[in-house]
Design a protein around this ligand. Sequence first.
Ligand SMILES: Nc1nc2c(ncn2[C@@H]2O[C@H](COP(=O)(O)OP(=O)(O)O)[C@@H](O)[C@H]2O)c(=O)[nH]1
Ligand SMILES: [Mg+2]
Length: 359
Amino acid sequence: MAQLTKLQVTHMQIKRIEKEIRDTPYHKGTERHIGILRARLAKLKDTLEQTPLRQGSGGGQGYALKKQGDATVVLVGPPSAGKSTLLNALTNAESKVAPYAFTTVSVIPGMMKYNDAYIQILDVPGLIEGAEEGKGRGREVLSVARGADLLVLISDVKRPEAIARITAALERNGIRIDKTPPEVKIEKKLKGGLLIKSNIKQELDKETVKEVAAEMGVKNAEIQIRQKVSLDELIDVFAKNRVYVPAISVLNKADTTNFQFTIFNFQNNTINISAETGRGLSELKKAVWDKLNLVKIYLIDKPMIVKSGISLRDVAELIGPDFAQTHDRAKIWGPTAKFEGQEVSLSTKVAESLKVKFL
Ligand SMILES: Nc1nc2c(ncn2[C@@H]2O[C@H](COP(=O)(O)OP(=O)(O)O)[C@@H](O)[C@H]2O)c(=O)[nH]1
Ligand SMILES: [Mg+2]
């Protein structure tokens, strides 16, 4: 019999544990056991993600793509949702559009200018089921999605359910959609075992928390839990490779419905658009801008786009480490200045339309 590769062994272990979890009913008596299994599973999946792709296994060019502009938005959706059409409508790009699936084979970048910000938008191949097993280009698509500042989850009005399916596929791969990291603080120690502290009553018992921590390689630590956490959230805290990415859901081809369509559908929390006719696109652009949470500040008179709420010290760092080293005060004008030209320390936070002169 041919010898199994390490990767194949890991896949077999994952399958076996997944089956055991499926076959074990979840109740108080099995909670700890399931906790351990889930933790073991998360750890095995971590090792999978760290296994480099085989040379020439279809990465091709396009995947080593550099982030450019002030923020990067990635379009994720099933084949033929209209991702390429949308990219072309929003940016200067010319991504190939076709009435059949799988036209886009590598990442196509485009740049959208909005409020003086340059927002990079990436069109990636359609995400299909089984992506997590590295089928199709799924694995590369997932790695591009991980690096996004914002995801636009896109399907069309005939397939609204695809959004939930794609969200689930991303979640299975450690990409947390529109969530904040659980408030759990881990302070690793050299000895003394595990000490669990929580000022909120938890549904998980302390022993389960300890078993999960130990299974994921944390043996000595003080763990402070500051919110109610589920088993999955607890595992997220210990797992490597978890990313938290904001997202907007979009349904395209709304022009194919019989009536003049509503752009904001609050019921299922989507923005309905027609990439082809352009309806809904200005609302989508604004939603992208708002969700990215960027502000425009002025360095003397030159505009610069930065993340809302960062400090002037962070801005100096963005300009360059040398610059940050040689400046420690600034003068500010505009909405948050007590008076025009107020001198402040670099711990001052930026705000929309603030004018800054580093001293
Ligand atoms: N009716 C209509 N068709 C669209 C719209 N956007 C894209 N399409 C069509 O849908 C098909 C797939 O589009 P494409 O951009 O290649 O999808 P992708 O696979 O997600 O990149 C093409 O035939 C497009 O012309 C739209 O807003 N309305
Ligand atoms: Mg395409």
